[in-house]
Design a protein around this ligand. Structure first.
Ligand SMILES: [Zn+2]
Ligand SMILES: [Zn+2]
Length: 280
């Protein structure tokens, strides 16, 4: 899953205050600490996520008096990763300067009430953010929550359990897929196996013959086409025989009538066979 990074300009961030907002990390990061909002939160359309991040930044700057949004990154429920202070500038979310120096701070947009469990997309996004911090920060392998080494409930029990389990990607959704678990050979055999049972002839037959396969229908249709071909060929032969007699004493009108009747019979025969085919 590719990182869906939303840059500061993309979410409409205000400029951070200097000099504090520009303070770089003075040491390598041990790892990544996760956070939650700690307030009620309800999920919302992704179109509203950028505005929510702008509001968080305003709270941190205008309410807390910080120089910027406190987090390094923030992850919405749709899996997008918003750039806060980013990879190079020291965050201000982990509780004190030493803790801010120690680990990156990644927020998940989940609340203490309302939406409290991260979505699968969000867990993928958080995992993407962690890997981004490790690769580009760089950050070490350590993972934890705001509550590690600081008295807070953050990041909530759901996020904390996930991050302490190593921040695994969610398992792929179990689809109700009837083809799941079938190999290519299974599918090939199901369609093309030549020793398939006959297709059911009617609704009642489906109950007594539940194991028929698609190949059965193909085989039945093929048999019907072959039978029609034979019938038409026989009638063509009869017409040819009559036609050969023209000029050897047979009345032309009789020949024409015989040909017309043979064609009519052939058409009726085709019609009947097609009808039968549809009924079975
Ligand atoms: Zn926190
Ligand atoms: Zn979103």
């Amino acid at each position: 899953m590719a990182l869906k990074l939303v840059s500061r300009s993309q979410w409409g961030a205000r400029a951070y205050l200097t000099p504090n907002g520009a303070t770089p990390y003075s040491q390598a990061r041990r790892g990544v600490k996760l956070h939650y909002l700690g307030t009620p939160y309800s999920d919302r359309p992704h179109e509203q996520c950028a505005a929510y991040i702008r509001q968080l930044q305003a709270q941190h700057m205008d309410g807390n008096g910080w120089s910027d949004i406190g987090y390094s990154f923030a992850v919405c429920t749709h899996g997008y990763v918003y750039e806060g202070r980013g990879l190079k500038r020291r965050n201000s979310a982990n509780g004190n300067t030493a803790l801010n120096e120690q680990d990156y701070a990644v927020l998940l947009l989940v609340g203490s009430t309302g939406l409290t469990k991260p979505t699968d997309d969000q867990l993928h996004g958080a995992r993407d953010a962690i890997e981004y911090c490790r690769k580009e920060g760089p950050a070490g392998d350590w993972l934890g929550g705001h509550r590690d080494g600081f008295a807070t409930a953050c990041p909530g029990d759901a996020v904390y359990a996930w991050v302490k389990a190593g921040a695994p990607r969610p398992a792929a959704q179990q689809q109700e897929d009837p083809m799941a678990g079938l190999t290519k050979k299974d599918i090939f055999d199901a369609v093309w196996k030549t020793d398939a049972l006959a297709a059911p002839k009617d609704a009642a037959d489906i109950k007594t013959n539940p194991n028929w396969q698609p190949q059965s229908i193909l085989r039945d249709v093929q048999a019907r086409v072959r039978s029609l071909t034979v019938t038409v060929a026989a009638q063509s032969a009869a017409i040819n025989t009559l036609a050969a007699k023209v000029g050897s004493g047979v009345d032309t009108k009789t020949v024409v009538q015989a040909v017309e009747k043979a064609i009519k019979d052939a058409v009726i025969k085709v019609d009947i066979d097609i009808t039968q085919n549809q009924e079975s």
